[in-house]
Ligand binder design. Structure first.
Ligand SMILES: *Cc1c(COP(=O)(O)O)cnc(C)c1O
Length: 417
């Protein structure tokens, strides 16, 4: 961990013990959940700093409390670095996380009952893109586009037709489980044709954009939201980028629209992460994430796995396990016991229920941070194949679990001593 943990051990041995156990888990297991990562020690330290003690409702130079001499500088630095990193016109760094960031965008531009058009949840969209259980689906008229049944790819013609029919105020591009690059220019054309705003939610692939391994939506979108804790490898939080003309509306929607005081410790940690993400090393990192995903895809394809769209262009793979005679949940359970942590996930047009769908999602952001390259991904693919082929074989799973833990020793992640 960043710094010693002596004080927690003294004050609260229960939580100390749990943190230590989680540290162990993060060290010993191969973490393949596509939304997760390992932050640097520097990011951890900023997150755990005294900036957590300060209230600062408002924006730099326009606060509702005194004592902002330092905090204003922290937030300005975070904003400037985000602007430079993504070539954005305006950035708000205060959203507590990705979901509030999207909600703030809706508050800025919509009235209850207005129409939004986003990717359907079971096709890789996010809850906040209009799912029925989310405020985005309850307070707004949410319409959805789906993937092509034949190819598993985004069907831009279908989006255009839906947009013409439902005339959305906002079209949302972005996903949590789509393994291919998005065509932002096409989304822009569709939005222009129907007079909609284009919101790109790049939560999953922001790190690839920062590192030049995925095209940037920033030139095309009116508004771009992203979490900072996924492939971007920062603290848990989110930012909103937008064209200058929307800056005031976005800022007002974040505060006082849906939030109170920003989490200044997080803002500082974001600034650190943006600095790290602007380095050549991070560009190499982003490129390696994609190479690793491709290497894993290649191994799994060879072993007869059915990958949605047949492969990947980004940091994630979506695997349909129907032909392997195992459900997503069964596979994810067995893999976790073997030290390979993935999540079960619906596949497009899934015949099974979301609680135990047909697929698993696999991401390479975290393992790439700890130094895995193609050779390691081939090994990971072989382990996945072995476990999924015999998910009930406890002896095999225990053996692989031990092999995985031994293997991980050579790849210490940052932030864990
Ligand atoms: C993860 C994610 C979010 C939400 O982020 P939280 O920080 O979990 O609220 C929003 N949009 C997309 C596309 C995501 O993948």
């Amino acid at each position: 961990m960043a710094g010693t943990m002596d004080d927690i051990r003294q004050t609260d041995p229960d939580i100390y013990d749990l943190i230590k156990q989680e540290e162990r888990r993060q060290f010993d297991k191969i973490r393949l959940i596509a939304s997760e990562n390992y932050v640097s020690s520097a990011v951890l330290q900023a997150t755990g700093s005294v900036l957590t003690n300060k209230y600062s409702e408002g924006y730099p130079g326009r606060r509702y409390y005194e004592g902002q001499q330092i905090i204003d500088q922290v937030e300005r630095l975070a904003i400037e670095r985000a602007i430079d990193l993504f070539d954005a016109e305006h950035v708000n760094v205060q959203p507590y996380s990705g979901s509030p960031a999207n909600l703030a965008v809706y508050l800025a531009f919509l009235k209850p009952g207005d129409t939004i058009l986003g990717m359907a949840l079971p096709h890789g969209g996010h809850l906040t893109h209009g799912a029925a259980v989310s405020i985005s689906g309850r307070y707004f008229q949410a319409e959805h586009y789906t993937l092509s049944r034949e190819t598993g790819l985004i069907d831009y013609q279908q989006i255009l037709e839906k947009a013409r029919q439902c005339r959305p105020k906002i079209i949302i591009a972005g996903h949590s489980a789509y393994p291919r690059i998005l065509d932002f220019e096409k989304f822009r054309e569709i939005a222009d044709e129907v007079g909609a705003l284009l919101l790109v939610d790049m939560a999953h692939f922001a790190g690839l954009v920062a590192g030049g391994a995925h095209p940037s939506p920033v030139p095309w979108a009116d508004v771009v939201t992203t979490t900072t804790h996924k492939s971007l490898r920062g603290p848990r939080g989110a930012i909103i980028m937008c064209k200058r003309e929307y800056g005031a509306a976005i800022d007002k929607a974040v505060f006082p629209g849906i939030q109170g005081g920003p989490h200044n410790n997080t803002t500082a940690a974001m600034a650190v992460a943006f600095r790290e993400a602007a380095t050549p090393e991070f560009a190499d990192y982003a490129g390696q994430i994609v190479k690793n995903a491709r290497a894993l895809a290649e191994t799994l394809c060879k072993r007869g796995f059915d990958l949605i769209t047949g492969g990947t262009d980004n940091h994630l793979l979506l695997v349909d396990l129907t032909n392997k005679k195992v459900t997503g949940k069964q596979a994810a359970r067995a893999l976790d016991m073997a030290g390979l942590v993935v999540n079960y996930n619906a596949v497009p047009f899934d015949k099974r229920k979301p609680g135990n769908p047909s697929g698993i999602r696999i991401g390479t952001s975290a393992v790439t941070t700890r130094g895995f390259k193609e050779a390691e991904m081939f090994q990971v693919g072989e382990w996945i194949n072995a476990v999924v082929s015999e998910p009930e074989n406890e002896r095999l799973i225990t053996e692989i679990g031990a092999d995985v833990a031994a293997f991980c020793k050579a790849f210490p992640p940052p932030g864990i001593a």
